[in-house]
Design a protein around this ligand. Structure first.
Ligand code: SAM
Ligand code: SF4
Length: 337
């Protein structure tokens, strides 16, 4: 890769929206394709983008340099679709790690882990700082139901392989009423046994099938009630992290991301980019602004920077201001969770 230099000589001017929320975290989806078909995420008949429409490694590197060097972003999460489907993932991680001198602090990855077992050592060598692994159930039948018929075995093997490779792992579980609220305790027991932090996520109204209804959300209060059947649960001080954290009396930490029952929009410091290079200031934004098209048409860094700043400035207040089903035209596999 070419030698990187900051686009301008000055220190980055942090990027913020009109509500004064400074943005430090960027999530980039590397592909909308996935080897799973989670019903709460993927449309029934997904139409995937052409590979040529996806940001290339070189384009990703340029965008990252802008966000870190020029706009003050310091945490990057690579997601998807399933990011392990990208063969150049290790190279993308290496390119991102080259931005540490410009202020980047972490490069994280969110994955379903099904393809992780063999790849964990290479990801560690490339410099990934940590992994969020989605695990919605311990029961193989319920796991299959929530993944579109896939097996839990390679996922559990992937978790072990990541740990053996020395990569810190956190678990994420989406909880849906009538499907896996009975898995809240088995997941907590597994996480404690393996000494892994676990976060439960409320089912968000962004599924590709339009099946979300409010009564299918298991709210934070109900998740806590399930946990209290077996554990003493102590709330930990709240930070500006989207999750509320608790310590269980077995010593393990759990978090709950209560986007629906207790949205954290007021302190949101995140931005998102789709695999084809559209910037979505919010998970619930109706539209994205293409960065890829101006980039492919020869826009310079100053023009791109201006476009990004104005898009982010106009970010909406978020889900808290407009709760309910989101009729956003793209699903979670395109935007990345
Ligand atoms: N394929 C990877 C994975 O599953 O971890 C990364 C992409 S996935 C879209 C990122 C996260 O979004 C996952 O933790 C997934 O559970 C979450 N997610 C997807 N659809 C969701 C929904 N409707 N509500 C809440 N979380 C959702
Ligand atoms: Fe794939 Fe992740 Fe969506 Fe499941 S949640 S379909 S693993 S992108």
């Amino acid at each position: 890769m070419t030698q990187l230099s900051r686009p301008t000589a000055t220190a980055p001017l942090p990027i913020q929206d009109r509500f004064g929320r400074i943005k430090r975290k960027l999530r980039i989806s590397l592909t909308d394709r996935c080897n799973f078909r989670c019903p709460y995420c993927m449309p029934e008949r997904p139409e995937f983008m052409d590979r040529a429409d996806r940001l290339s490694r070189v384009e990703l590197s340029r965008i990252l340099m802008l966000f870190v060097g020029e706009l003050g972003v310091n945490r990057l999460r690579l997601t998807g679709g399933e990011p392990l489907l990208r063969r150049d993932l290790e190279g993308i991680i290496e390119d991102a790690q080259a931005l540490r001198p410009f202020g980047l602090e972490r490069v994280s990855l969110t994955t379903n882990a099904a393809l992780l077992e063999k790849r964990a050592p290479a990801l560690k060598a490339a410099g990934v700082d940590d992994l969020n692994i989605s695990l919605d159930a311990m029961d193989p039948t319920i796991f299959a139901k929530l993944s579109g018929g896939r097996s839990i075995k390679p996922v559990l093997a992937g978790i072990v392989a990541a740990r053996d490779a020395g990569i810190p792992v956190k678990l994420n579980a989406v909880i849906i009423r009538g499907i896996n609220e009975g898995e809240i305790l088995p997941l907590a027991r597994y996480a404690a046994r393996e000494n892994l932090p676990l976060r439960y996520i409320e089912f968000m109204p962004l599924d590709g099938r339009g099946e979300w209804t409010r009564d299918r959300v298991v709210p934070q209060a109900d998740i806590l009630e399930h946990l209290r059947a077996e554990f003493a649960v102590n709330a930990l001080p709240r930070s500006n992290d989207p999750a509320a954290y608790y310590e269980l009396d077995d010593g393990n930490e759990i978090g709950i991301i209560a986007t629906v029952s207790n949205p954290f929009c007021a302190s949101c410091d995140r931005l998102r980019i789709t695999a084809d290079g559209s910037l979505y200031p919010c998970l619930f934004s109706k539209n994205g602004i293409s960065l890829r098209d101006p980039m492919r048409n020869g826009a310079d860094d100053a023009a791109l920077s201006k476009l990004i700043r104005s898009t982010v400035w106009n970010k909406d207040a978020g889900y808290a201001a407009n709760p309910g089903y989101s009729d956003r035209p793209i699903a979670m596999n395109s935007l990345g969770g």
